[in-house]
Structures are given as C-alpha cells and as structure tokens.
Design a protein around this ligand. Structure first.
Ligand code: SAH
Length: 229
C-alpha cells in the first residue's frame, strides 16, 4: 500500500516529475543517493513555523526577507545534476533557509555556502547546527564572487538567478567540475544551465529546464566567516 506520509508522498512526486521532464533534463531518475538525501533532510525544520503544514508540498515557500525556500523537485534536480562524489568540495551561492545546504551535506564532505542577507545566514546557521550539519562552512557576502580562498570547487550550485553567469564562479570550478545556475532576468525567462569543466579545462554548457528563481543581487564584499576561513 502506498504511504500517505507527506514526506514520502513528496518523494513520489519528485520521482514522477523527474520522469515527466526527462526529455528536457536527460535524467528520468535521480540517483538513489540524491533521493536518500531528500529523504534524510526534514524540510519542515527549514520553513517558518507558520508554513510548517506546507513543508512537504512540492513548491517554494516564503522564508522572510523577500526570499524563498526552493521547490523540492528543483532542489533534487539541481543536486542530481551536480553528480556529487563523497569527497567533493561544493560551493552553494544563496544559503537562504539552509535546506539545499543540508541536502548537499548528505552527499559531499566539504560544503561551503554564501548568503548575502545576514539575517537569513544567521538563521540558517542555527537550523543547520540543530539538524546535525554544523560542519558546513557559512559566509555572509556576495556569492557571485565565489569563495576564492576555498577554490577550486568540484561542484557549484547557485540558487538565485543571474543575468549572466558570474565569471568568478566558472574560474573557481575544478577540472571535471560542474556548475548549476539559473540564468535570466529577474522577472523574465530563466533557464537552468549546467556548465561543466573537462579534465583538460575546456568549458561546456547545456540549458536544462525553464525555471523561476529570485534574482542574484550584488552584495557587499565577504566580511564574516563562521569558521574563520
Ligand atoms: N537554497 C535556498 C534558496 C534561497 S532563495 C533554499 O532552498 O532555501 C535564494 C537566496 O539567494 C536568498 O536567500 C538570497 O538572499 C540569496 N542571494 C541573492 N543574491 C545573492 C548573492 N549575490 N550572494 C549570496 N546569496 C545571494
């Protein structure tokens, strides 16, 4: 009998959506590791109390400061496109609620995340620590500049839309690395782009799916590290 647990139902919906979009994404099934990470992380811990009853709906939700926690299917898709290996170093731009950060932390040893809004970064740090993800490195600042002191990264994920791909992020991608980023205007068409750097350093890109993200905003220079890096 099919489970009626909302978290399990959401995982079923993600799997169905993956099949329905496979002609665009070339991923009919997400990896068992990604699905296990989506199962392991409790999304309700990352949404504001008043939205808890909606935490396992497959849609973005407001998290304050005009920002949103991303749609779970998109979190799963972007994570799957990163093809993470356990020893990878990953950079996330746009910590937001910390939900995507926690999913990444299930899959990769070394997760770094940058958030431009200090209040969101602070709240995410608390929730991530509560959820057993205290080892992720968090920084307040403009993630469009990447995190040069920690580069290169095996994978980079940007969870806000940029009008053009920030060159610093491509530069900070290791050979064999993967960058997933929504590209487009704040209010217009956006596309999820996968950029890969070959082992010879050559960069290739592929547009995967139409998406709708909050815009990447120019921020202040990085100023505050939680782990002193
Ligand atoms: N991954 C988050 C998505 C949050 S929405 C989650 O699932 O909760 C996108 C986030 O990107 C917002 O929190 C926004 O403040 C942040 N952001 C926007 N521009 C940024 C920038 N230049 N550098 C870092 N973070 C940025």
């Amino acid at each position: 009998m099919r489970s009626i647990d909302p978290h399990e139902k959401l995982l079923d919906q993600i799997a169905a959506e993956a099949r329905a979009t496979a002609h665009l994404t070339e991923r009919a099934r997400f990896s068992p590791q990604v699905m296990a990470a989506m199962r392991a992380v409790s999304r309700d811990a990352f949404v504001p109390p008043e939205a808890r009853s909606l935490a396992y709906d497959d849609r973005p939700l407001a998290i304050g400061c005009g920002q949103t926690i991303s749609q779970p299917f998109i979190v799963a898709l972007m994570t799957d496109l990163l093809d993470l290996q356990p020893g990878d170093r990953v950079l996330e731009v746009g910590t937001g609620s910390g939900y995507q950060t926690a999913v990444l932390a299930q899959l990769a040893a070394d997760v770094c995340s940058i958030e431009v809004v200090p209040a969101l970064a602070q709240r995410a740090a608390t929730v991530l620590a509560d959820q057993g993800c205290g080892s992720v490195a968090l920084r307040v600042g403009d993630g469009g500049k990447g995190w040069p002191e920690r580069a290169p990264f095996d994978a980079i994920i940007v969870t806000a839309a940029a009008p053009v791909v920030p060159p610093a992020l491509v530069e900070q991608l290791a050979p064999g690395g993967r960058l997933v980023i929504p590209v487009g205007a704040a209010s217009g068409d956006q596309v999820l782009r996968l950029i890969t750097r070959g082992s010879d350093g050559a960069v290739q890109e592929r547009d995967v799916l139409s998406v709708a993200f909050v815009p990447l905003v120019p921020g202040r220079p990085p100023e505050k590290d939680r782990d002193g890096a």
